[in-house]
Design a protein around this ligand. Structure first.
Ligand code: ATP
Length: 371
């Protein structure tokens, strides 16, 4: 059976009512504006990532949602409740930070149970809940250890269990994997995603790692300079970036300036004429930034069969495992192209070789340059 979220994604049903809304939120630190009229809504059970370069405001937005750095203006609601002015303690979230932020003098059990106090948590209930959480994050056999006796990945699982202890309505993850090495990082991100799905927990993660954001999120919010550039499913953001910033920031691409020629589905760039579907209808002479993904560049006989193909010189070759990345020069254009090691061998694509290359017209992304 499809979930409401899946139906909405397929366009077969209206989007579910948002669980969290951020409306026109701005945040200033002195004269510096860290967030500028940011608006966003997150559905119940969604996993959303804030992605962007350092300093773009991702953490500031997350902290505004948590109430740790309240918004200067705008409105935030969670579960239909206006939480804009509430202190963090009156909000309903659990948070995991990059630094594990565990109490070094408490055992794993006591770290996880730390927030389970007061009349709602008599001793037996607290013990049962901690035991449940230990199993949930796979740490049952480490219950009596201290943080210093755990690996980074294990410490972050303790932090995750502690964030989940109170059954919060919202899980906030602030670069939770940045301090971990690559393998643990990949493993833990998959575990977090599986856990989040199982619990149906609305989750927001801040990351500057695009593979991480694209790999686990229902939707990605791409930010730049305190603003949202694009919100969308990972595939949509990759295939149809909404701005030159997103095209350049998400995934790899070759980027070059071009001018729209006549007819308008032709670009002139670096002394070459290139067919381009996306520029159709743009005014003659419009200056654009064009982007092409390395996997979209065609080479050899396949390229020679396409209109507007080029003769390109291989200037550099990098072996990356499943693919090789070729640096190419055609006219004054510099391009990157990916090809399998087999294809590279077949094409004889060694540095210095000259081979046909083509940019398929429908794969060239263009954005007018603001004059
Ligand atoms: P990073 O990936 O480096 O953490 P980020 O996108 O999370 O970046 P933020 O931490 O949200 O960025 O910071 C956004 C901007 O606001 C930065 O320029 C930062 O210097 C500034 N900023 C954040 N917190 C404060 C503060 N408490 N006082 C002054 N400026 C701040």
């Amino acid at each position: 059976m499809s979930t409401a979220l899946e139906l909405a994604r397929d366009g077969a049903a209206a989007a579910p009512a948002p669980y969290l809304t951020v409306e026109q939120v701005s945040k200033s630190f002195g004269t510096f504006q860290a967030l500028e009229r940011v608006s966003l809504s997150v559905a119940a059970g969604e996993f959303v990532s804030f992605l962007g370069p350092s300093g773009c405001g991702k953490t500031t937005l997350l902290r505004a949602i948590a109430g740790l750095d309240p918004a200067s203006s705008g409105r935030i609601t969670q579960g239909g409740r206006d939480i804009t002015g509430l202190p963090p303690s009156a909000r309903d979230f659990g948070i995991v930070f990059q630094s594990y932020a565990l109490f070094p003098n408490l055992t794993v059990t006591d770290n996880i149970g730390y927030g389970l106090r007061g009349p709602a948590w008599p001793k037996a209930r607290r013990r049962d809940r901690v035991a449940e959480l230990l199993v949930l994050v796979g740490l049952a056999e480490h219950a009596q250890k201290y943080p210093a006796q755990l690996s980074g990945g294990q410490q972050q699982r303790v932090a995750l269990a502690r964030a989940l202890a109170n059954e919060p309505g919202l899980l906030l993850l602030d670069e939770p994997l940045s301090a971990l090495d690559a393998i643990v990082r990949l493993h833990l991100r998959q575990e977090i995603r599986a856990l989040q799905r199982r619990l149906g927990l609305t989750t927001i993660m801040v990351t500057h790692d695009q593979e991480e954001a694209m790999g686990v999120s229902d939707r990605v919010v791409v930010m730049s300079r305190g603003r949202i550039e694009q919100v969308g499913r990972p595939e949509a953001i990759y295939a149809r970036p909404a701005s030159a910033f997103v095209a350049g920031f998400v995934g790899r691409s070759s980027r070059f300036e071009a001018v729209v020629d006549a007819p308008s589905d032709t670009l002139v760039a670096g002394g070459l004429r290139l067919p381009c579907t996306a520029s159709r209808g743009m005014l003659f002479g419009t200056r654009v930034l064009a982007f092409v993904r390395p996997e979209d560049v065609r080479l050899g006989a396949e390229a020679a069969a396409l209109p507007g193909h080029l003769q390109a010189e291989v200037t550099h070759l990098e072996f990356l495992g499943p693919v090789c990345r070729l640096s190419l020069e055609a006219g004054r254009l510099r391009l990157e192209a990916d090809a399998t090691p087999d294809a590279v061998r077949r094409l004889g694509a060694v540095p210095g070789a000259i081979l046909p290359a083509a940019l398929p017209a429908e794969r060239v992304m263009v954005f007018p340059i603001d004059e």
